[in-house]
Design a protein around this ligand. Structure first.
Ligand code: ITT
Length: 190
């Protein structure tokens, strides 16, 4: 069957397409369908993933998969969290967002952080299924590596000394918050 990827983030499209690849679905992108980007008014990752997936499923008449994710810094009470994309500003400049994380973190506090990924599958009839994945790690400074997207150059997962930005695409994709969420969604794929 066909599945709409309800995201306008090219980094997510690459990772989700890779995860979906073995499952034989024909992927249609929200951008290609000209679907509008709904305002992310939710107060949780799952609420935002649900509203994005539902908007795409109802507008397209096809099942849709949406991703809402973010970086949560313990010493910042979970910020930027839901606001991870917004910290990069209208020009989507993540060097600014990474610098802000670094500047706002108290120097003496632990540098522990995690990524969260909420994935929602929505059907045109309004049915939804949502899951969440998490990966724990810490902040690297200065940013390192040109791979991946978003906050990848400052994130080192537990047990790793390279950032996601320094890992090969296949390495990051083999274990991260998105892959962990996706594993929980497998039995629910359309
Ligand atoms: P869509 O809503 O169109 O999917 P978005 O970029 O606005 O795209 P979010 O609202 O979910 O998506 O913002 C999440 C941000 O968190 C995203 O822009 C990244 O900067 C960051 N993020 C999420 N997953 C990440 C990952 O695997 N590596 C690095 N940064 C990530």
């Amino acid at each position: 069957g066909r599945l709409v990827l309800a995201t306008h983030n090219p980094g997510k499209v690459i990772e989700l397409a890779e995860l979906l690849e073995p499952h034989g679905l024909e992927i249609v992108s929200a951008g290609d369908l000209g679907l509008p980007e709904p305002e992310e008014t939710g107060t949780t990752f799952i609420a935002n993933a649900e509203l994005k997936a539902l908007a795409a499923a109802t507008a397209s008449g096809l099942p849709a998969l949406a991703d809402d994710s973010g970086l949560c810094v313990d010493s910042l009470g979970g910020a930027p969290g839901l606001y991870s994309a917004r910290w990069a500003g209208p020009t989507k400049d993540f060097s600014i967002a990474m610098r802000r994380v670094r500047d706002e973190m108290p120097a003496t506090a632990p540098d522990t952080v995690h990524f969260i990924c909420a994935l929602t599958l929505a059907w045109p009839d309004g049915h939804t299924e949502s899951v969440e994945g998490r990966v724990d790690g810490r902040i690297a400074w200065p940013p390192r590596g040109a791979n991946g997207f978003g906050y990848d150059p400052i994130f080192m997962m537990d047990g790793q000394f390279r950032t996601y930005g320094e890992m090969l695409r296949a390495e990051k994709e083999s274990d991260n918050h998105r892959a962990r969420a996706f594993a929980k969604l497998l039995t629910l794929l359309p």
